[in-house]
Design a protein around this ligand. Structure first.
Ligand code: SAJ
Length: 435
């Protein structure tokens, strides 16, 4: 099946790279976003997210005329829905006394509704937003059939999970294997023909609900693995063991691959998606729920470690290095680093937070500064919360000249304690009970 024109609804971390990649592979693409600031930025040759290589690719696609952007969808052969599926912050469900988050599907619903007036016979609709199990069948079909057409017969409908890693999106978009689930086989085949335009990995077909579940399983598996690593960091501190050494030794076992402990799990994916399983089946998800609770409590554990290392926090001048949810990205959503910084400020610490990938980020709860120099100036302690390459590359001798602080709390294992010690610093690494 050949497609000429695609409408991509949602120009975020995956929608924009996907739209752009289709355009640079020769398809006509209309990128749609309800946020006028995003449309204006793109129309003016800018880009609203940091992702290596993306800015120049967007410019190339827009210059060629293959990629245009606007606020509302228009008739096309294919509609790809890539809008956010966060959870509600102000309400939750409860199972046996334990609260859980609820998926906020409003953006998916309104994007799907926006497609209906443009839907024509033979069109393909693809949902790519991470969604609770059965969303494609139970939520999308009834909305799309308001067009008077029958899903799977008059138009095709499929779910395909995005699996790209922020920071490496453009390569993974093309090289990763892609799972495509159709509501029937014809739909899966139609979506395969579409993604075969640029996917170099293997394309594997299944049904829509399996594809939804695969996506949730991938991120849930990662969340549980990180929860284990975080619990190991707490155990290591109690038993006088360095968790980083212990994990690297355990990982020499041919069938063990423990992930890294850290300040907690953030972002829009791993810290959110497991809740979709819990909401859909709270009676079957004790392990998944517990892993979420372990990771969500890691910021409080880190705060306690900082207090133990630094003494009373009230009035203490603390330079926070990194607010992003992980290394080398500008994404602050659900970031445990932001949460820890907020908690430090609540304890009365005088915080100056520096995020190199978003130096203009602003928070009511604490002060942000636009440069490393201003964060270091006058600090009594450094707290490293993101493993950005620029922090790994810090020269402790130079840092020692820029700050009176001699205590470093390292939650990402970016500082070599011996090297920093030689420069006069005491480094307290998360999970290092040998300290
Ligand atoms: N983290 C740790 N320890 C680790 C790895 C990660 O504490 O060993 C933390 C990170 O610091 C971050 C959080 O977990 O706060 C999530 O980061 P991540 O790198 O694990 O994942 P994301 O959210 O950037 O991307 C994930 C990826 N999923 C998997 O690897 C299974 C990506 O492939 C998905 O496309 C993406 O979620 C998504 O969009 O769902």
């Amino acid at each position: 099946m050949n497609f000429d024109k695609i409408c991509v609804l949602g120009l975020g971390y995956t929608g924009l790279p996907t739209a752009t990649t289709f355009a640079t592979h020769g398809l006509r693409v209309v990128g749609v976003d309800i946020n006028p600031a995003i449309i204006a930025t793109l129309q003016n040759g800018g880009i609203h997210i940091h992702e290596p290589g993306l800015s120049s690719l967007v410019q190339e696609a827009m210059r060629s005329g293959k990629l245009t952007v606007c606020a509302v969808p228009e008739p096309a052969d294919v509609f790809i829905i890539e809008v956010p599926t966060p959870f509600y912050h102000d309400e939750c469900g409860v199972h046996e006394g334990k609260p859980y988050h609820l998926a906020d599907m409003r953006a998916v619903v309104s994007a799907t509704e926006a497609v209906v007036p443009h839907l024509r016979k033979g069109n393909l609709v693809v949902l790519e937003s991470t969604s609770p199990p059965r969303t494609t069948v139970d939520l999308l079909i009834p909305i799309l059939e308001r067009s008077g057409m029958k899903a799977g017969e008059d138009f095709y409908l499929a779910y395909t999970p995005e699996r790209v890693l922020p920071g490496n999106i453009l390569r993974e978009l093309v090289d990763n294997d892609r799972v495509i689930g159709g509501i029937n086989h014809a739909s899966a085949q139609a979506a395969r023909d579409l993604f075969a335009v640029f996917v170099r990995g293997e394309i594997v077909l299944t049904d829509a609900t399996t594809a939804e579940m695969v996506k949730l399983m991938e991120n849930t598996y990662r969340d549980i693995n990180i929860a284990a690593a975080n619990e190991f960091s707490r155990l290591a501190e109690r038993f006088g063991v360095d968790v980083w050494e212990a994990i690297s030794l355990a990982n020499r076992h041919p069938r063990v691959k423990i992930l890294r402990p850290g300040p907690g799990v953030g972002g829009h994916c791993v810290s959110v998606d497991p809740w979709f399983f819990v909401e859909a089946a709270p009676d079957l998800t004790a392990l998944i729920h517990t892993a979420r609770m372990v990771n969500d409590s890691q910021p409080a554990f880190v705060l306690e470690s900082i207090r133990k290392a630094a003494g009373p926090l009230a009035g203490k001048n603390i330079a926070v290095l990194g607010l992003a949810f992980k290394e080398n990205v500008d994404d602050l959503r659900e970031s445990p680093a932001v949460e820890i910084t907020r908690m430090l400020a609540e304890q009365g610490a005088q915080v100056k937070a520096y995020e190199p990938f978003k130096p203009d980020a602003q928070y009511d709860a604490f002060a942000t500064v636009p440069s490393l120099e201003s964060a270091l100036e006058g600090a009594e302690m450094l707290v490293i919360l993101a493993g950005h390459t620029v922090f790994r590359a810090l020269d402790p001798q130079q840092v020692a000249r820029q700050t009176p602080a001699r205590l470093v709390m390292d939650t990402r294992n970016v500082c070599d304690p011996a090297v920093w010690k030689a420069a006069g610093f005491r480094v307290v690494r998360l999970g290092d009970g040998k300290k």
